[in-house]
Ligand binder design. Structure first.
Ligand SMILES: CC(C)(COP(=O)(O)OP(=O)(O)OC[C@H]1O[C@@H](n2cnc3c(N)ncnc32)[C@H](O)[C@@H]1OP(=O)(O)O)[C@@H](O)C(=O)NCCC(=O)NCCS
Length: 163
């Protein structure tokens, strides 16, 4: 959060469809404006729609890797945040991905894989033994195409509800 420099941004491939914006920028740190846009993305999703700005800002500060895809813009001055994901990792054994979201008006154009490839090729994530996430059954095929498997024996997700 705060001031975004060119170091925090990176150009990436564009939408595959002709006529679409040819270029997105990957951002590794969100500016204040992008935090507001992230809150907009969160408003749409069932597991994030109640999140409050102060909590989200604190969460971002303590998240190991934040990845955003922004529309074109200029070098060091990306446009609107249209996709987001984040990672919590121990940098050796595990990297857990959370909040993989593409803006509704950008879905179905391949931005999901572009975002996921940015996350998975981040040097810290590329080096860990396991990249993991949880998702609804309907999204298992999407993550399988990216190399994830749900064949994990009898593993179950366990949760202790604290609030
Ligand atoms: C899931 C998501 C990130 C995929 O991004 P995207 O840019 O739409 O990805 P693509 O356009 O490349 O689509 C990838 C594939 O996933 C499928 N897919 C996307 N969302 C899906 C859903 N909710 N249910 C079932 N399949 C879905 C697409 O049909 C497509 O399949 P195809 O390649 O066989 O046509 C995006 O749809 C999204 O943000 N969804 C809402 C938030 C969410 O549920 N995130 C996942 C949390 S685990």
């Amino acid at each position: 959060m705060g001031t975004q420099t060119e170091k925090d941004t990176e150009k990436t491939g564009g939408c595959p469809e002709e006529g679409e914006a040819p270029l997105f920028q990957i951002v590794w740190r969100l500016s204040d404006a992008q935090v507001a846009e992230l809150l907009g993305l969160y408003r749409n999703e069932w597991w994030t729609h109640e999140r409050q700005e102060a909590d989200v800002r604190r969460m971002l500060e303590h998240t190991d890797i934040v990845v955003g895809l922004c529309e074109g813009g200029r070098a060091g001055a990306p446009g609107r945040l249209v996709a987001f994901a984040r990672v919590v990792t121990d940098y050796v054994y595990k990297a857990t991905l959370y909040d993989v979201i593409v803006a509704p008006d950008y879905r179905g154009r391949g931005l999901g894989p572009l975002l996921m490839n940015a996350v998975l090729s981040h040097p810290a994530v590329a080096k860990v033994a396991h990249a993991e996430l949880y998702c609804l059954l309907e999204l298992v095929p999407f993550y399988r195409t990216l190399g994830f498997t749900d064949e994990l024996g009898g593993l179950r997700l366990m949760r202790l509800r604290k609030s």
